[in-house]
Design a protein around this ligand. Structure first.
Ligand SMILES: [Zn+2]
Length: 492
């Protein structure tokens, strides 16, 4: 008898967990029937437009609003944001649209908006913060339980931090709505198609006239495009290799078809989606030229981004660095307006030490731990180009303090003559066993490498001249394979 309440409790707990998991599951898109109806109505009201040819690249200004909690937590990974923008522009390449950041990211602290469970709060967020003449995009933790949505009443899109990234097409899908595209299955939202039921019976339940294989009245059916195929699937689905639905559907005439999962405006999985159709692209260009012509810009000249020379970054990859305060620096990249800098305790960057958005190509980080390995990477950024690669991951180790103390002592194995050395010329002779075969490096106290010349005098003796010789304490590192010795050089 005593066991029973415990079992009940366990079962109840499991049930609660199960329910909360189900509730936490995200829907793909929360763009309402109302919002889709409005965009469709607006586009159809444009009437027969002159054909909006794809006449090259149209630069469209985007405004990113980054939502944080009241305390300022929850920043979305900026490296991932760059990848998401890269994917967005690739997804829109065929349309001619390329999005760029006309203004800086707008950071907004509001737990209520960052984690909004209903659309009213989201629309309030949009109406309060929208900027004029740009595509307003809100990156939030929870857009009302969806991966994203476009709200006609808020005139903006909201996107979930967890649904952005290199391999997802949520952003393209929501901006498709923003530029007047309904779902390819428009009308079927919330209605599950069933092959065993005559399709005509669904007409009373769906929002729009059902589109058929014989598309005789297609401008008045579903998404209003005759070119996109019929589609009745309103939950997320996986496609076959040719990006079609797994099982056939039957239209009101009994004609069988498979839904086209290659379209961003369907609900197929991200790996299926690859394109907007030609008519959808033209529809978006028409919409930009008319209803959204406040987004049009002239004379935009994009700035292309060069790469950072990885071999000239400091500290060098796989190096050992004295001290626990390091001045990281790297060669400037052409066209860069800033740099993303990330320092972590592991190579997957999940143990962050520092993340900074910089407008210079250097940063000093203090209070690193001695005797540890750190990983870091840098990405040059500007407002036009998002697909340029990062530097890749570099690592370095901080030296163990006790050994540094020992090696710097006067009894250490390196002899420097003279030391202290006069700044003018800063020439000295360094004596150590086999030093002529060692790799020598000199750094200042911030860890910056000081250039120098070496003349070998004999096997155990070299002459060194420092190129920079401001008064101060410098660190000489003499390395042979894994054996490292260090010594202080005092310049006066
Ligand atoms: Zn949608």
């Amino acid at each position: 008898m005593k066991l029973l309440p415990g079992i009940h409790l366990a079962v109840m707990l499991m049930a609660c967990l199960y329910i909360s998991n189900v509730q936490a599951q995200q829907e793909f898109c929360g763009t309402s029937h109302h919002s889709q109806n409005q965009i469709l109505k607006e586009r159809l009201a444009l009437g027969q437009m002159p054909k909006a040819e794809n006449g090259g690249i149209i630069y469209v200004p985007i405004q990113i609003h980054m939502l944080l909690t009241d305390q300022g937590n929850g920043l979305y990974n900026m490296f991932s944001l760059e990848e998401s923008m890269c994917t967005l522009n690739n997804d829109f390449a065929e349309t001619g649209f390329q999005f760029y950041m006309e203004n800086e990211i707008n950071y907004i602290r509001s737990t209520k908006w960052d984690n909004h469970e209903n659309f009213d709060d989201g629309i309030e967020m949009m109406k309060t913060n929208n900027k004029p003449g740009v595509v307003n995009c809100y990156i939030v933790t929870n857009p009302a339980g969806n991966c994203g949505y476009f709200a006609w009443d808020g005139d903006a899109v909201a996107l979930s931090k967890s649904c952005l990234g290199k391999t997802t097409h949520t952003w393209a899908h929501e901006l498709g709505h923003y530029f007047s595209l309904p779902h390819t299955f428009f009308g079927w939202e919330g209605t599950a198609y069933n092959y065993s039921k005559p399709t005509i019976e669904f007409q009373a339940r769906v929002w729009r006239p059902i589109e058929n294989v014989k598309r005789d009245d297609c401008t008045n059916q579903a998404d209003g495009f005759c070119e996109t195929y019929p589609d009745y699937i309103s939950n997320r689905w996986n496609c076959t290799e040719d990006r079609k639905s797994n099982s056939p559907m039957k239209d009101v005439n009994g004609d069988e078809f498979y839904a086209d999962g290659s379209l961003f405006m369907s609900y197929s999985n991200d790996r299926c989606m690859t394109r907007f159709s030609a008519d959808q692209s033209e529809g978006m260009r028409n919409f930009l030229n008319t209803r959204r012509n406040d987004l049009k810009r002239t004379g935009i000249i994009p700035v292309s981004l060069g790469t950072i020379d990885r071999t000239a970054m400091f500290p060098p990859d796989s190096s050992s660095v004295p001290g626990t305060s390091i001045q990281f620096n790297w060669p400037a990249a052409d066209g860069a307006e800033g740099y993303l800098f990330q320092l972590s305790r592991n190579a997957s960057f999940t143990l962050p030490v520092r993340f900074s958005v910089l407008n210079t190509n250097e940063i000093t980080v203090d209070n690193l731990l001695p005797g540890r390995t750190y990983y870091w990477r840098v990405k040059a950024v500007n407002r036009f180009e998002f697909c340029n690669p990062t530097t890749g991951t570099l690592s370095f180790s901080t030296e163990v303090l006790s050994s540094v103390d020992h090696e710097i002592s006067e009894e250490g194995p390196i002899q420097i003559l003279p030391n202290p050395v006069a700044g003018k010329g800063a020439e000295m002779v360094i004596i150590q066993k086999d030093i002529s075969t060692h790799i020598l490096m000199v750094t200042d106290q911030m860890g910056k490498v000081i250039e120098h010349d070496i003349t070998i005098l004999d096997q155990d003796k070299v002459q060194m001249r420092l190129h920079q010789s401001l008064p101060g304490i410098y660190l000489l590192r003499s390395q042979k394979e894994n054996a490292l010795t260090t010594a202080k050089i005092v310049v006066y």
